[in-house]
Design a protein around this ligand. Structure first.
Ligand code: ATP
Ligand code: MG
Length: 162
């Protein structure tokens, strides 16, 4: 289904805004002027971004910020929407990165956190993104923050592919 990504992301932000405000975490947006229409299942992609956003909130302490940026990128001959969610949270050690998308994997320190989870959020996100012929990358630095970037194939109706 051709899906306009910005309103989809805005709906997720609306859902999580109360928690962000309560913890004084600022949400910074950087959107292109053009519409970005990805060819995706909107329910599944909502789940993907919800999981990433929820992580960004959960693993960032009060007073931090979460930045969301959308751009269009050319990769191996086709156009993708690149959606980055960057936080100023606890970060992830390099040796943990290879396991991050495994089912039930949680970084050591996260396991003892009161904000418990199952370790499924990223496994689901990766599976859904790849089922759309997209991919997901992560960059992180301990105590600095984390950036997840989701690449989704753009629909031919998108301004950028014209
Ligand atoms: P669930 O999503 O199932 O509720 P979870 O958040 O622990 O549980 P994932 O979303 O799969 O599971 O994330 C796996 C682990 O990766 C987390 O436990 C956490 O240690 C680490 N992680 C994920 N996102 C971030 C982030 N933005 N900053 C720091 N660590 C993160
Ligand atoms: Mg999670």
């Amino acid at each position: 289904t051709p899906t306009d990504l910005i309103p989809l992301l805005e709906r997720i932000i609306d859902m999580l805004k109360p928690e962000a405000e309560e913890r004084q975490i600022e949400i910074v947006r950087s959107y292109p002027a053009e519409q970005l229409i990805a060819f995706v299942d909107p329910n599944r992609i909502t789940q993907v971004f919800y999981n990433l956003f929820f992580n960004a909130l959960r693993y960032t302490s009060s007073g931090g910020n979460i930045s969301i940026r959308i751009s269009n990128r050319y990769h191996e001959g086709s156009r993708f929407a690149a959606v980055s969610i960057a936080d100023t949270g606890v970060g992830i050690a390099e040796e943990q990165l290879p396991y991050l998308f495994d089912r039930f994997y949680r970084v050591e320190e996260s396991r003892s956190r009161h904000t418990g989870g199952m370790g499924l959020g990223l496994a689901i996100a990766k599976e859904f993104v790849e089922s759309h012929r997209g991919f997901i990358t992560v960059n992180s630095e301990v105590d600095q923050g984390t950036i997840f970037t989701v690449y989704l194939p753009l629909h031919s109706g998108s301004d950028f592919t014209a």
